[in-house]
Write a protein of this length. Structure first.
Ligand code: PMP
Length: 305
């Protein structure tokens, strides 16, 4: 992470960016047992607003529950910490990284003798898959790595260790010149991207994989709501990679990735190989909502000031 001035919320205190460190024997560093979130605040006409903050905090606590990790703060304290770091850093828009991890009391697989420590950091972050990706769409490769099996790790937890699978897939795809990976589940059906849920569109109908082995994305849920408001039919079902090849449009969703069109999978152009028209409309509505330009969805915004 870049060296910078600023503050990070760390176990209830505002700590200087450069002092927000931890010991090399930190349990989570060794074994990956921790939980985190990715949250964004956008600049709106009424100042910075955090998008679906309560939902992200609730997922952080659900992830901790799934891993059997007791967080030493309340959801209200964690949500408040987000507001506090925006103010402490004077940010107009940002990406947040809340994370809970086991400290350095005792090494060995059992983490329970270690304190649970919590951070909320925030910094400015642009389009995750690039501005050009948002406009023109990205090129995606089906990964040789399979998405986690539901009884090998806990797919519904946004758990640190789960991301080794994501990194292997993303590294493979980007080393081969693609922008992102698409992971299939153990049965060979489409699961999700390395950090995104996926939607496809065929004959005006929207399809997205069920959530068996994919993360319950908050952006996915937002797009489900947007599609209802657009009067689009949405089908949640198992999807095969050849259904993606023959889709008219496809896109990824994620807090970091926002709504990113997919223009190609495995060297097959999706539709005409550009951002699709329905995708463009969903994307526009999404950005209007997060930027506070849509009067109907103000309940999803937590204004900082
Ligand atoms: N799947 C994975 C594996 C992710 O890491 C993310 C990003 N959190 C998502 C899907 C999308 O989730 P959200 O829309 O809540 O950011």
């Amino acid at each position: 992470m870049a060296d910078r001035d600023g503050k990070i919320w760390y176990d209830g205190e505002m700590v200087d960016w450069r002092d927000a460190t931890t010991h090399v024997l930190t349990h989570t560093l060794h074994y990956g047992m921790g939980v985190f979130e990715g949250v964004r605040a956008y600049e709106t006409p009424k100042g910075p607003a955090i998008f679906r903050l309560e939902d992200h905090t609730a997922r952080l606590f659900r992830s901790a529950k799934i891993l059997g990790m007791a967080l030493p703060f309340t959801p209200q304290q964690i949500s408040q910490a987000h507001l506090d770091v925006v103010k402490a850093n004077g940010l107009k828009s940002c990406y947040f990284r809340p994370m809970a991890f086991y400290g350095s009391g005792k090494l060995g697989v059992a983490p329970l003798k270690n304190d649970v420590r919590v951070i909320v950091a925030a910094w400015p972050w642009g389009a995750y898959l690039g501005d050009e990706g948002l406009e023109k769409g990205i090129r995606v490769k089906t990964s040789s790595f399979t998405r986690h099996h539901v009884n090998i790790t806990m797919c519904k937890a946004k758990a640190n260790g789960n991301y080794m699978n994501s990194i292997l897939a993303n590294n493979e795809a980007t080393a081969d010149g693609y922008d992102e990976a698409l992971l299939l589940d153990v049965d060979g059906f489409v699961a999700e991207g390395s950090g995104e849920n996926i939607f496809i569109i065929r004959k005006g109908k929207l399809y997205t994989p069920d959530l068996t082995s994919a993360l319950e994305g908050i952006t996915r849920d937002t797009v489900v709501q947007i599609s209802k408001e657009m009067g689009l039919e949405l089908v949640e079902k198992r999807i095969t990679r050849d259904e993606v090849y023959s889709a008219d449009e496809a896109f990824f969703t994620g807090t970091a990735a926002e709504v990113t069109p997919i223009r190609e999978l495995d060297r097959r152009a999706i539709g005409d190989g550009n951002r699709g028209t329905i995708t463009a409309e969903i994307q526009k509505r999404y950005f209007d909502i997060v930027k506070g330009l849509d009067a109907e969805h103000q309940h999803w915004l937590t204004y900082v000031n």
